[in-house]
Design a protein around this ligand. Structure first.
Ligand code: HEC
Ligand code: HEC
Ligand code: HEC
Ligand code: HEC
Length: 139
């Protein structure tokens, strides 16, 4: 079960990650429903990371936890169950995406073209970026 090994700060965090190849067939049968979160986070309906993972049955709650108290309160004061510091993002993504980029040269050239620039998301392309600097508009 995918939901067993995602969730920073839970016991499940210690479990061994599965690569996407294994996750894919199982998750193909999964469905996720983001509508309870999208009620307030409407822009995330079109957000790339949210959309890509929804397609394979991973919803907001699979990464951020059920976050029932947060969704009920509807404010930033009661936090979602799972949040990520900048230094936690890469290792989280790599639980499933543990293979290096298939075409590292294309990634390098993408980054070189944008070196030093601030993307529309507000993220800056530097020598060392985290996954979400380049992927998605999760800001
Ligand atoms: C694949 C896992 C994943 C999914 C699916 C996902 N998130 Fe996130 N989310 C993250 C990570 C990782 C971060 C931290 C990103 C960073 O700091 O660079 C984050 C950050 C956020 C933030 C804080 C952004 C900020 O910088 O203040 C919000 C709000 C958020 N997510 C909402 C959502 C909503 C709503 C959905 C569903 C539509 C969703 N997320 C789906 C992993 C995910
Ligand atoms: C009733 C409104 C409401 C619902 C429903 C809701 N949120 Fe939020 N959420 C907010 C508000 C308001 C904030 C604070 C402002 C912001 O960051 O957008 C927030 C912030 C967040 C953040 C960033 C928190 C931070 O401190 O960086 C994440 C992640 C998040 N929500 C995830 C979710 C997820 C996952 C769901 C669905 C389970 C959800 N929210 C449902 C209103 C809501
Ligand atoms: C629970 C497992 C899991 C987690 C955690 C996860 N992903 Fe994914 N992701 C998948 C699966 C499965 C797919 C679809 C199969 C594939 O393309 O690998 C996917 C697809 C993607 C794609 C599209 C790949 C393509 O070929 O177009 C990107 C980009 C991506 N994920 C980035 C991220 C980032 C960045 C994070 C961390 C914020 C993350 N993922 C976290 C499982 C996960
Ligand atoms: C400097 C920007 C950058 C960073 C950092 C980055 N990526 Fe990528 N990523 C890209 C680009 C550009 C592509 C498309 C490459 C192509 O066209 O072949 C890509 C492609 C992908 C794909 C599709 C499959 C593949 O290998 O091409 C996945 C999945 C992915 N990245 C996940 C991640 C994860 C997980 C992280 C963090 C550990 C990460 N990326 C960090 C820019 C980045």
């Amino acid at each position: 079960m995918l939901s067993l090994y995602i969730g920073i700060g839970t016991a499940a965090a210690d479990q061994k990650p599965k690569p996407p190849r294994e996750a894919s067939p199982a998750s193909a049968k999964r469905t996720a429903d983001n509508t309870p979160c999208l009620k307030c986070h409407e822009p995330f309906a079109a957000e790339t990371l949210g959309r890509l993972h929804l397609q394979i049955g991973l919803g907001c709650v699979d990464c951020h936890g059920k976050s029932i108290a947060h969704a009920r309160a509807g404010s930033g004061l009661l936090k979602p169950d799972v949040l990520f510091g900048r230094t936690q993002v890469d290792s989280f993504c790599q639980r499933c995406h543990d293979a290096p980029h298939k075409h590292p040269a294309r990634v390098e050239s993408w980054a070189r073209k944008r070196a030093g620039q601030i993307l529309p998301t507000g993220r800056k392309i530097m020598e060392h970026n985290i996954c979400t600097d380049c992927h998605g508009e999760h800001v």
